[in-house]
Design a protein around this ligand. Structure first.
Ligand SMILES: [Zn+2]
Length: 449
């Protein structure tokens, strides 16, 4: 398949047959130390995984598959790929811009957003997706809230597709003012093009002015459209989170279709209402603390079962590093509780894999190593200085507190090898970095920040 993204300034060709072709190979991951992340699932040392096409078909000892490509995982940790339940990949090319007094996140990103052409969207989202993949994240829930016209939406969709990542693209509005309606006709058009790997959702916002009946009528239309089209919905609840939460509850928007993001100072009864309605919650500890929403205390949110973790923008989180996200969450909880035994590192890994997948409705597909699930897998090589000196104990603690993205040696999405021997496959990284940096530079120059 090939595509062209047209802009005023550029034409980008994105031939990507290798990504779209159904994986037709068989993989045998040999003798790894498995952390399946299933409910109550035990670790399985020296165990094989057989992958056919895009599925895990067998997990066991000494599996035989003469036709398989063998991946030697002896002495390595084999885990499900991370699920980043909430991101804004279009912000990737604003790295280093949110410098506290010199420029806050919302005004700076809003200003730069206006100058982005479809080409810039493509560069940001493709680069951001590659960064996720190289650090072991195999799925992202991307809240795309800079769709300034159909070409912008198309560019983001194609960028996600080309990267090979699994994603839900939550189709959002052209800006954060909530004055304009989301282009539902284009969303429906893209939904027709959605694939097993790239699905669509609604990136919904509720009115800035909660008393504006006119704005609510528009938002209601968007919400009903999503429910009717079986699209999952994400909504930010932050800033005046309590009033926003009450508005969602009073207007009966809490439902199994809805995932609330942040909910930073939500009251226990508000979280209980979300749980009762079957809704989900996504927390993004690094970005929440960076923009001053307060400390993200996992313990405060424990009443919501469907719960996941997200990065909320690779640039806002600094980098696409789910290990760092886990450490931040862990240190915030243990520091606040003055209890070094909190939280359980294994529960944290489950939050970033199985539970994150469930929080965005992909729990049947990804998030665990189980027969029948899609082969979304990361393999961590501990033969490095930062993981040296582990003589035994809980590997989950080693992974949460010591691993860096560069220790992720192999990444597989839907049975397709995306990263092997520490290198992204089929990517001209040098060229891509140059293009992303040039786009970022031009955005800055034209915005006169
Ligand atoms: Zn967000």
């Amino acid at each position: 398949m090939s595509c062209k993204i047209r802009t005023i300034l550029f034409t980008v060709s994105c031939v990507s047959a290798s990504v779209f072709a159904a994986p037709d190979h068989t993989l045998l991951i040999r003798q790894g130390y498995l952390l399946p992340m299933t409910v109550n699932g035990k670790d399985q040392p020296s165990t094989d995984i057989l992958v056919r096409n895009n599925q895990i078909v067998k997990i066991g000892k000494n599996l035989v598959a003469p036709d398989a490509k063998v991946i030697d995982a002896r002495g390595k940790y084999v885990m499900p790929g991370f699920v980043d339940a909430h991101n804004h990949l279009w912000v990737t090319t604003m790295r280093g811009q949110f410098r506290n007094k010199q420029g806050k996140f919302f005004p700076v990103s809003n200003k730069l957003a206006k100058g982005m052409q479809p080409y810039d969207i493509w560069q940001a989202m493709y680069t951001g997706s590659l960064e996720l993949l190289q650090s072991g994240v195999t799925t992202t829930g991307d809240f795309f809230d800079n769709i300034r016209g159909p070409a912008w939406g198309d560019a983001g969709f194609r960028a996600l597709q080309k990267s090979g990542i699994r994603a839900i693209m939550y189709y959002g509005g052209p800006d954060k003012t909530t004055k304009n309606m989301i282009d539902l006709a284009h969303l429906a058009e893209l939904q027709k093009q959605s694939t097993d790997r790239i699905q669509l959702g609604l990136g919904w916002r509720i009115p800035r002015d909660l008393s504006s009946q006119q704005n609510w009528a528009m938002r209601d239309k968007e919400y009903r459209f999503a429910v009717q089209h079986k699209l999952p919905i994400q909504v930010h609840v932050s800033g005046d989170a309590r009033a926003m939460f009450d508005a969602l509850t009073d207007r009966q928007y809490l439902s199994t279709s809805l995932t609330v993001v942040h909910a930073s100072d939500a009251l226990p009864q508000q979280l209980n209402a979300l749980q009762k309605a079957g809704g989900a919650l996504v927390l993004t500890p690094i970005s929440e603390q960076r923009v001053g929403y307060g400390l993200t205390l996992l313990n405060h949110f424990k009443s919501v079962e469907k719960q996941g973790l997200g990065l909320d923008g690779n640039a806002l989180s600094g980098s696409a590093n789910m290990f760092e996200t886990l450490r931040t969450a862990a240190l915030t909880d243990s520091g606040e509780a003055k209890d070094e035994t909190l939280p359980d590192p294994r529960a944290l890994l489950a939050l970033a894999t199985r539970r994150s997948a469930e929080s965005i409705g992909l729990g049947n597909i990804t998030g665990t190593l189980e027969e029948g699930k899609r082969a979304d897998i990361q393999i961590i090589n501990p033969n490095t200085l930062n993981m040296a000196g582990f003589g035994g104990g809980d590997p989950a603690a080693l992974i949460v507190y010591s691993v860096q993205p560069e220790n992720v040696e192999t990444v597989i999405v839907d049975g397709q090898i995306i990263k092997a021997d520490g290198k992204l496959q089929g990517v001209n990284l040098e060229e891509q970095l140059r293009a992303a940096n040039a786009s970022a530079k031009r955005l800055l120059e034209q915005s006169e920040l």
